[in-house]
Design a protein around this ligand. Structure first.
Ligand code: SAH
Length: 498
């Protein structure tokens, strides 16, 4: 089992300081599943490669190890326990070795090169045979959102015979990342892609996952799949991990939607491939994006502002449609905007797409003339983050000053919360929510704002409209009254706007 990490950062041999392993000599460490060796096949000023080689002891793996799956009971004596891929393919076993051998490196500290440890440097990771359920596409899904360029090709079952592809993938990752981040990505990726953890998954695994996933897992588009696979499809642990992930990033309400929707976290039946589970409900966040996009399309909007865009949940979908010629994301949180820029990979975005996007820091409770003159404004899951006494200021800034032709507002329907098995009675969906409205409360706010500011309004459910408690999300689409072309915003003189 082999994994190599290469850098071309000069002097490349500094990699030794970041990995806490001297390039001049090979080191061997005994780990629970065999012996791990770290050696440097090349170590020059311009290029340095560290190799982690795990020599698995298949007998040790089966015998005398309490807590291993198959370590007891009749299955422990089947031939398959001795003759299998474990010694050869990179799998969860390699993650155990990596976790152990590079424990200090994963914490991102280096006595000799403290600054370099915190600096992204050019890296190349190679895994000649990675065990991967879901194949090359799954490798891409895992690593690409983390900033890696992924080159993954399936390994054929037999080069001579035409037997098709094996479950192994040859992987080459390139990117500019901190070494600690790269190691933590791999530490989580190996068991997740392998998807057959060899050891018993205990509640401590949740802590391990969250520690290794700090700073990237909460925002990963496949965080739920990753969490579920990492925790070996133990539903209760996965739910616990998802709830804690949601707390990590309080600008992201979607994570909690995922964690609380019971059907989303149910473990797939044995043998079912979670890449294509047929009846899996669409996540609420995606339904919301779809509903907002549909409303924008039907309004014929071209220049769109996403107010309270957060870390950019909606922005990629907006940019993906050329009909939206200008997309502006606004948020009060600089951190959220930085995160949005990172997630959108702004630095690598093609020029033509980049030109259509702007990210602005600003507060929606202050009249902001930069936001005037757009076709549509989206307030997706934002109003409930404001203290109720700040809402009139937002109403003025959006409906009187910015005054776009269309305003789309979504917000949780609090009545629906009883359908979330994991949400205690009376608890809101997100700890930063200042309130959550019933359908009636939302409707009355919407009607009042519309009639005070000269808009017509339609209310629409998002998600399954439960006959008793209504849909999970309420949406309102405001349309500026046809007599009003927006040129003279009510209650505001032109001077305020320009
Ligand atoms: N629209 C995004 C994010 C919703 S979370 C989505 O649906 O995923 C709410 C966002 O509103 C947070 O990013 C928060 O920073 C932002 N926000 C809260 N109060 C704000 C204010 N006064 N002005 C601008 N943004 C605000």
């Amino acid at each position: 089992m082999l994994l190599t990490i290469t850098t071309t950062h000069v002097p490349a041999t500094d990699l030794g300081f970041l990995l806490h392993k001297n390039p001049a000599r090979a080191q061997s460490t005994s780990v629970s599943v065999g012996t791990a060796h770290v050696l440097y096949p090349e170590a020059t000023e311009s290029r340095c490669t560290a190799a982690l080689l795990l020599e698995v002891d298949p007998i040790a793996l089966v015998r005398g190890r309490s807590g291993t799956r198959g370590g007891s009971g009749p299955e422990a004596f089947t031939l398959g326990q001795y003759v299998n891929d474990r010694p050869y393919a990179a799998s969860s076993l390699l993650a155990v070795a990596l976790g152990r051998v590079f424990a200090s490196a994963r914490r991102g500290t280096s006595k000799e090169r403290p600054e370099l440890a915190g600096t992204p440097i050019p890296l190349e990771v190679a895994l000649p045979a990675l065990s991967c359920r879901g194949g090359a596409a799954m490798v891409e899904r895992f690593f690409a959102p983390l900033g890696w360029s992924v080159d993954a090709a399936p390994v054929p079952l037999d080069d001579a015979a035409d037997w098709g592809d094996s479950r192994y993938v040859r992987v080459r990752l390139t990117g500019t990342l901190r070494v600690a981040d790269a190691l933590n990505h791999l530490y989580v990726a190996l068991p997740v892609l392998d998807d057959s953890k060899h050891y018993w998954v205990s509640p401590e695994e949740v802590d391990k996952l969250l520690r290794a996933g700090a700073g990237w897992l909460a925002d990963h588009p496949d965080r739920e799949l990753i969490t579920r696979r990492y925790l070996a499809h133990k539903g209760a642990l996965a739910r616990q991990a998802m709830a804690r992930l949601a707390e990590v990033d309080d600008s992201d309400p979607d994570a909690l939607d995922d964690a609380t929707a019971p059907a989303r976290t149910a473990a797939p039946a044995p043998g079912e491939d979670d890449l294509e589970v047929p009846d899996r409900p669409v996540p609420l966040a995606l339904l919301r994006h779809g509903a907002v996009l549909a409303a924008l399309r039907s309004a014929g909007a071209r220049r769109v502002v996403d107010l309270g865009c957060g870390s950019g949940a909606l922005l990629p979908a907006l940019l993906a449609e050329p009909a939206f010629t200008e997309v502006v994301g606004v948020d009060v949180s600089a951190r959220a905007l930085e995160e949005a820029a990172r997630r959108l990979r702004l630095d690598r975005m093609p020029e033509r797409r980049r030109e259509r996007l702007r990210l602005l820091q600003g507060s929606l409770t202050y009249a902001d003339r930069r936001l005037a003159g757009y076709d549509a404004a989206v307030l997706m899951e934002v109003v409930e983050h404001l203290d109720p006494d700040r809402l009139p200021a937002l109403e003025h800034a959006v409906f009187a000053v910015a005054r776009p032709a269309t305003v789309i507002v979504t917000t949780p329907n609090v009545e629906h919360n009883v359908r979330y098995a994991d949400l205690a009675a009376g608890v809101l969906r997100h700890r930063d929510h200042r309130f959550e409205w019933t359908r009636r409360e939302f409707a009355s706010w919407v009607q009042r704002v519309a009639s005070a500011s000269g808009y017509d309004v339609r209310l629409l459910p998002v998600g399954v409209d439960d006959p008793e408690v209504g849909p999970p999300t309420s949406m309102a689409v405001f349309t500026r009254s046809s007599a009003d072309d927006g040129s003279t915003p009510s209650g505001v003189t032109r001077g305020d706007v320009a």
